[in-house]
Design a protein around this ligand. Sequence first.
Ligand code: GP9
Ligand code: MN
Length: 624
Amino acid sequence: MLNSKKITFLFPIVAAIFLWMKTYIVYKTGFHMKIENWMQELILFINPASFLFFIFGLSLFFKSEKIRNIYIFVMSFLLSFIIYANVVFYRFFSDFLTLPVLFQTNNFSDLGDSALAEINWWDFVYFIDLFLLLVVIKLKPKWINFHSPSRVNRRAYFLVTAATLFLNLGLSEAERPQLLSRTFDREILVKNIGSFNYHIYDIFLQSKTSAQKALADGSNLVEVENYVRANYVKPNKELFGIAKNRNVILISLESTQSFVINSKVNGQVITPYLNKFIKDSYYFNNFYHQTGQGKTSDAEFLVENSLYPLNRGAVFFTHAGNEYHSMAERLNENGYYTAGMHANNKSFWNRDLMYKSLGYQQFYSSSSYDITDDNSVGWGMKDIPFFEQSVDLMKDMPKPFYVKMLTLTNHHPFTLDDTDKLIDEYTSSDKTVNRYFTTVRYQDEAIKIFINKLKEEGLYDNSIIIMYGDHYGISDNHTTAMSQYLGKEITPLVNVELQKVPFIIHIPGVTDKGKGKVMTEVAGQIDIRPTILHLLGIDTKKDLQFGEDLFSPEHRNFAVFRDGQIVTDQYVWSSNTCYSKKTGEQVDKSACQKFVEKATNELDFSDQIIYGDLLRFYGKKSIN
Ligand code: GP9
Ligand code: MN
């Protein structure tokens, strides 16, 4: 016989363990989550525990046995239902539920139909533990005899629960640094903090953005609009429309910084193909990335919207439900077929949802590519097969098309198969920096193969090919090796210079055959949208954007980073200090004053647009 004194806690614990085990079994059977090592498996196993023990532990505060049993049963049912809803959703969308998906009205009817189609008769097994709980309540009430636990015992229970949570978070943080602040992938979130905590986090993000949105109205727009109007620069007459109706191939070069261009490592050229290619292109050599924690996705955001990303979190995650007047939308209006191409999990950076908000008609993600162990390395599919298979996809696309392609091989930790190493690693004590050069070299080869294949398939002549580096690859943590490579100390000024990324515009028939040009204006990713649209002959006069056409005779030399550092042709503003670029010395702050004002205004206005979802008040689409 069980001693009733000892079993005070039994019922909530049994209910929690039932659901815990069920959640883990569902993780393994209902979803396809890639587990790479035993640590990830351990985190996956323990991650439902703290939430469940907390929820069921609340029943320890109830005085009445009946209410406690009802509470435990109702909670078991609700939580089982959430798990089941995720399974059904996953069957169709290969993704986890998020609140914005549920509440976007246009999604709702699709969702309903798809969900119904994905329900099977044998799904009752997902609720089998509930029957067991009922049986226990009805047939063996003694097993779950109720005694209000002492305060000490209750406290001990919640302490253990909290400890489980911290153990979970600690292990996750070690496995995935900056997990919550960067929020890169739903799958990674669920794998680490568990599906229940993930939903709570999602609700938190959603309510924060909804509140900010609810408080905003059209009046906030007046000041922003006046600023943008006053700063508009008109297009370059000769170049406006020079690439009208051509296919647009925009390539985001993963972690590619400008210092590798026209440079050598151990006497070997790092980017032989790009060095040639930029001679046949407009090549901007004072061009900076402006990304924050959202990395690649922030760069995409800048390019599409000519708005700044946010200074914390990834705007792709936090504001995917906003209205945007993206470059893709402008191209849709102009008869283009628009698509994203990236051989990675579609939910990475929330792209599957954000790309819809940005107006892409199609997203070719990992499921559109033939990915095998042999053609993958590091983060996934290698760039060469990615480009090759992409050209095959392009052949069947309606023309003209706009594709935004994201490379992947040159991603930290910069690993490569030996056969793909076309140059030797650098020799320093920093293995990351050493390897970086080899993956950049591999990417260069991939671009060569891509351009040649475009030519072979007849897709080259009628296209405009644009490339930009998305963000730095070598972070501030590698100064020793970088200073060894560059042969100079990494001062704040040098660090700012290291944020340069290549920006290349290649127009067959216009810039090829050596007719390219090195463009020295100071610029940033925010300028890509107006520059490209004007080359395509699409006016942006009425668009709310902060970038400027880089070919405009009125263009100003200016780039502000997301952390507030500023570069102009003469000055650098960094850590509240104004430096002269010429001398490298500090100068009076007043020299930087007007740029600091411009930067503060722009970042602030851009944030207001995003937080208030202000574009929904702005005349739906701008006029051509
Ligand atoms: C993954 C790719 C890399 O899909 O965008 O992301 P990053 O870590 O560079 O932002
Ligand atoms: Mn990236």
